[in-house]
Structure formats: structure tokens, C-alpha cells
Design a protein around this ligand. Sequence first.
Ligand SMILES: NC(=O)C1=CN([C@@H]2O[C@H](COP(=O)(O)OP(=O)(O)OC[C@H]3O[C@@H](n4cnc5c(N)ncnc54)[C@H](OP(=O)(O)O)[C@@H]3O)[C@@H](O)[C@H]2O)C=CC1
Ligand SMILES: O=C1OC[C@@H](O)[C@H](O)[C@H]1O
Length: 394
Amino acid sequence: MSTKKYQLKWGILATGEIAKSFARDLTVNPETRGRKDIEHVVVAAASSSSADRAKAYLKEVNAPASAKPYGSYKELVADSNIDIIYVATPHSHHFQNAMLALEAGKNVLCEKAFTANAAQAELLIKKAKEKNVFLMEAVWTRYMPISIYARDLIKSGKIGTVERVSSDLSFASAPEDNFDDKHRLVNPDLAGGALLDLGIYSLTWVFQTLYTVQDKPQPPTVLSSIRKYKLGCDQQTSMLLTFPRKEGDAHGIATTSLRVGMDPAKNGEAGPCIRIQGTKGEIQVFPPTFNPRKSKLILDDGTVEEKDWTHPGPGPGSGFYNGFAGDFGPEGQGMGMFWEADECADALREGRKEGQYESLHESLVIMQTMDEVRKQGNFRLPEKVESTEYPLDL
Ligand SMILES: NC(=O)C1=CN([C@@H]2O[C@H](COP(=O)(O)OP(=O)(O)OC[C@H]3O[C@@H](n4cnc5c(N)ncnc54)[C@H](OP(=O)(O)O)[C@@H]3O)[C@@H](O)[C@H]2O)C=CC1
Ligand SMILES: O=C1OC[C@@H](O)[C@H](O)[C@H]1O
């Protein structure tokens, strides 16, 4: 007996690298990951530069011939055929672009980092509530089975009380050799820097293992150190977070760098990039922090459980390149962004207004944490980028 699938119709805002990877992942058949009840379709895309660019993008990601190309984001958000907008612009533009979509009454999945600062995140959350629409930060790692496994293990008590978590996402990509001054990773006008781009993942693992899993989570206190690049953004940041708990404080150590690598030889020799240490054992997660496919559970009774987290497919593999030799997945496997897309479908079908594995409040607390880290390091972005004024031409 065949049941009708729930179809989610996507509008893609921006046509850059991750917008391509995301849309290609949407073409991976959900049945390959056991989802017979949903399907994703790209029905439109917009480029801020031209409709032709949007057209070329739709072709490149194998969108249906009926998908509409737009030459402006305004036209995209006005399309009544779209269920949800995926915002894939640089961090500097998330606030303006997500607000544009929310104002138009659209559901929104917005790339990480959610916004440039917490004040902007707060306004987006308020607007989504006012418009009664769905809003989620696109931290794809949260929705991967490996993250669900780690959180479930912690909640089951198997590794005892988690006392300390260390998490790193670093690439040995000295900015002076790898990125020109306009590149989004180092350009203050695009809210660049290691923290907002990569540190968000180190924080994700610290938060999802020390905060998300708590009954009454409390925001952490923060001690941090920032080394800036010549253009003003951070190139290396280390954070020590203290999470207050009734069992006693827990420590999270989140690091990120553009100068040293978490896996220098790119062969796993450097060991885990994440260690979740409990009183009865630990969970290790192996690089890359944003898309890990290997974990190891080590218990104090000598039990060792290693797991491989191959992504289902067949998929397009990775075509993604942004200057890092990042691991976005081998050819023939999906990249793994479809799990966050599935979460959007589930939420919209169920009438939920936020993601189940990272509440909007948690996204806000993480933005507040990053605000504090930047404050301690005297790292401020240009006024326009930090602004909460809307609309604003950036
Ligand atoms: N989840 C993940 O693994 C990843 C997430 N990301 C996130 O995705 C976002 C985009 O990154 P990425 O795709 O690598 O970036 P790209 O530079 O490749 O693409 C950004 C796109 O944004 C649009 N844009 C609008 N205004 C500007 C502007 N002033 N300057 C530059 N681009 C502009 C452009 O599209 P157009 O011309 O069509 O309007 C451009 O192609 C970031 O938030 C980043 O953190 C990035 C990489 C991986
Ligand atoms: O989200 C991301 O993950 C991996 C990095 O290569 C990329 O710069 C970043 O935006």
C-alpha cells in the first residue's frame, strides 16, 4: 500500500558553494536513509547578482526544469509556491536575508553562524514568533545520527556524569597563504573569522553534550583568548566554558584555528577532535568536527565500541571547496545535509516552529557566548554588520 509522501518545497537564497552542496543533498532519495514518508524538491533559487546566475545554479544542482530562477532575493521570498527558504549567504547577511524571508511569512532554515551577534538572533526569533513561522539555524551536525547517538549515550548514563568536553575544529590554512582579503573567511565585512565559521562547530559539540542534554540547562560562563588576523577577524580562538549544574560545574573547552590542523596528515592519525569525558568512560569523535563519520566509546570496565557512520546514498559526493581541505564526504555518498532538511520537513508537517535538537533559545545562548568571546578578545565587526537595523543595504 502506498501512502502519499509529504513534499517540502525549497527556495534557495544565494547560489554559492554551500547552496550547491545543500541542494545536491536534497536530490538524494530519502528512502536511502529510511525515510519513505517525505520528499524534498527545489522549486526556486535566487541570486543577488542575476537571474542568469540562478538559472545556471538550478541546472548545476539538477533542480526540476519547472524550478524558477530569480535575480533578487525579494522576488524569491514573494513566491507563494515555496514552503521554506534556505539562507546560504555569508554570516554578515544572515540577519538581513532571514528577516526578509520572515517578513514575507516564509519558514526559514538559516546557515550557521545564525547571525553576526545575539541581538540580531533575538530579533529573528521574535519575528518568527510574530509571523508564526518555523525558524532553524542550519547546524547540520546536530541532526546527524552520530550526534543523536552521542546525546542518547549521555542521557542513558552509560558514561556516567559528563564532567568535561573538549572539541576542536581547526585547519592548518594560514590565511595569508590561503585566502585573499575579500574572502568570506577573513573579511570583516562578511563577518569572517574562525569563530563564527568553524568555532561554532566546536561549540556545538560542547553545547549538545553539556547543555542540550540537561533538564534545566544554564548558560555557561566564558573565559577566552583570541588571536586576530591582520584584517581584524580572529584566526585562532580558545574558549573555556563553565556550565553550572546541580552535580557540580562541568567544563567545556572549545578551540578553533586557521593556523594548526585538527588532523594534519588527513589520515586520522591525530586522534579524536572531540572527547566527551564522563565518570564511567568517554565518547571520542573523529575529524572532521562538522561531519564526523567515526566514533569510539571507551568504558572504564574495558568495553570499547567503535562505530563507522557511513552516509547513505548514492549521492553526489562533495564538490565543495572553500579554501580548506575539509572533508565533505566521498563520492557516491550523500554529504549529510539531508538530515537537517528532513528535520525541517518533520517540523513543518507536525506544525513545530523550531528544530527538536537545537531550540531557538539554545541558538541564542550560543550567539551570546560568541558575543562574550568576541568582547573578551576585543573583536568587533563593522557597525553595519553588527547592526540590528532592518532593512539595511550591506
Ligand atoms: N554547513 C556547512 O557545512 C557549511 C556552511 N557554510 C555557511 O554557508 C554560508 C555561505 O558560505 P559559502 O557558500 O561557502 O559562501 P560563498 O561565498 O561560496 O557563497 C555565498 C553566496 O552568498 C551570496 N552573497 C550575497 N551577498 C554577498 C556578498 N556581499 N558577498 C559574497 N556573497 C554574497 C552570493 O550568492 P548570489 O550571488 O547568488 O546572491 C554568494 O555566492 C556561510 O554562512 C557559511 O558559514 C559554508 C560552508 C559549509
Ligand atoms: O560550515 C563549514 O564547515 C566546514 C568549513 O570548510 C566551512 O568553511 C564552514 O563554513
